[in-house]
Design a protein around this ligand. Structure first.
Ligand SMILES: [Zn+2]
Length: 127
């Protein structure tokens, strides 16, 4: 699915190629919408302490537009390890597709406001 005639604010210029460190890989599984700004499918980086995307919206190899999802370590910390079922392994894809459709970030990197935002479905994590 390609979303047309929608542009979302990213703070980065759109390019026709990815430019990111090589830990970003093509995502596996599910349908990822093409970025409404650059038209590329995102690459993803998933590690214990974070999950993020990279598309053609970037300033440099190290500064790019990213959609985020809560990491497994963040869920562990937030729930004291008691609600690991709250970890959604597909959350990054859902958050990406939601951002493509609406421009809204479901998860934002921040400074430990997980609890405050949990009820609104807006989670933050420590980077
Ligand atoms: Zn893009």
């Amino acid at each position: 699915m390609k979303i047309r005639n929608i542009k979302h604010e990213t703070g980065y210029k759109s390019h026709s190629s990815h430019n990111c460190i090589d830990v970003f890989k093509k995502p596996e599984g599910g349908k990822w919408i093409n970025c409404p700004n650059c038209g590329l499918e995102p690459l993803v980086w998933e590690f214990d302490n974070g999950r993020k995307t990279a598309c053609g919206c970037w300033r440099s190899k190290y500064f790019q537009h990213s959609v985020l999802a809560e990491s497994i370590l963040s869920v562990h910390k937030r729930t004291n390890g008691k609600q690991m079922n709250e970890y959604d392994s597909d959350a990054l894809r859902k958050n990406w597709n939601h951002w493509c459709k609406t421009g809204e970030h479901l998860f934002i990197a921040g400074n430990g406001d997980e609890y405050k935002n949990k009820r609104r479905g807006l989670l933050r994590w420590n980077q």
